[in-house]
Design a binder for this molecule. Sequence first.
Ligand code: UDP
Length: 480
Amino acid sequence: METPKLTHVVLVSSPGLGHLIPVIELAKRFVLLHNFKVTVIAVTSQTSPAETQILNSLLTPSLCHLIDIPSPDINALVSPNDAVVTRLCVVMSEAKLAIRSILSEINPRPSAVIVDVFSTETIPIARELDILGYVYIASHASMLALVLYSPVLDELVEGQYVDQTEPIKIPGCKPVRPENVFDPMLDRNDRQYTEYLKIGNGVLQSDGVLVNTWEELQREELEALREGGSLSEALNMKIPVYAVGPLVREPELVTNSSTESLVTWLNQQPTQSVVYVSFGSGGTLSSEQMKELAWGLELSEQRFLWVVRPSIEGIADAAFFTTGSSGIDEVAKYLPEGFVSRTREVGLLVPEWAQQVTILGHRSIGGFLSHCGWGSTLESVTNGVPLIAWPLYAEQRMNAALLAEELGVAVGPRVLPTKKVVRREEIEEMVREVIEGVESVKGNRVRKRVKEVQQSAMKALSKGGSSLVALSQLANRISG
Ligand code: UDP
């Protein structure tokens, strides 16, 4: 009997764990739910121990085939001051030829290639090779709407976006406050803005776009983006949008001694008593802010688990390409004198990187002070953990507004942490609110709300749920 033909899909990820992790999660779904053969082409930074660990974990269950392309040398093409988005776009543009040759030679011939948002230059290559080409935005629908509409805004808006006095309007979607725009829009004269505008046009050339959200969470934006929706009409958009999220990692196996001791510590804490503090794969704080944060945690008298990095002045995403390898003594230098010994009974410091999904899934975690990267946000929400929104870079200010103002699953500082140092008293107050709740509002409103959103996410991912149906529709189209 003839064996049925296996559908082969290639996924492309740009450097950075916030890009690689969601691509791997998508790859797993195609293998486990649709029995596809999947190849992941990962352009990697080769500098981060955490990245190596994640790539290895992909290989262990032999889920999919991995082709690791080391980041091309772009030193001659960028200046040392160029922003992360510029670097990512240049790296992926330089990797294009290598990706092309893999796509044209790989066996069996792929039916589709799905690229992340910084790899849209692969879409015309897919077309040339007669392969379907999709884009996966590992973010939410409002972000997708902003990316797609930015080339239009570029024509409509005069001057800098951040100087606008009115919120920025996007047809059919909630307006975006000028201060919350995606990082590359903060300065229209910066090279990253030009690179960014190309992404919106690139997505529209694809056969469809996947987004890491779900129908019930963002119905308004998704309707605007679909055929007949006002944004779709404004852009003359012809491509389908698949809301396939939330795609998040399962808790990992405890594979190393530092995670083992961390879990042992968590096991000893009361339920929902610990605030977890982490700024994603790239976030760093100024030394003044780091000290205020430490004081705020101490004054709150709550338990905490803090993934700490050395502080870096003026660059909020300094660790993006190089999650470092400092030890606890190195990072402790940036904390107030005596902090480590004074908080020894209630706090745990982990240098640089921790197994986040294992932490967020632990019953003792009661809140997450987070930079609001979309991956971290979804990991928090799907574990029913309310957030303290501390946006730093990329689209995180938009994410924070969505979490605190629209969904009500987060509290946040009065002024953006990128504008002003958040003082210890305010930090103390936010930590108490998330862990203890506020009497005046009858208990913990953010925790109640996050449990509702968690339920809605679980529903979308259950049999017959909107996100599984959307992924099946896409899988059928690809294997069709
Ligand atoms: N992460 C982790 N340990 C850390 C920091 C981050 O496992 O110490 C993971 C986190 O679980 C998430 C990803 O790295 O899956 C970060 O992605 P996100 O979108 O939150 O933010 P980014 O790092 O891209 O800013």
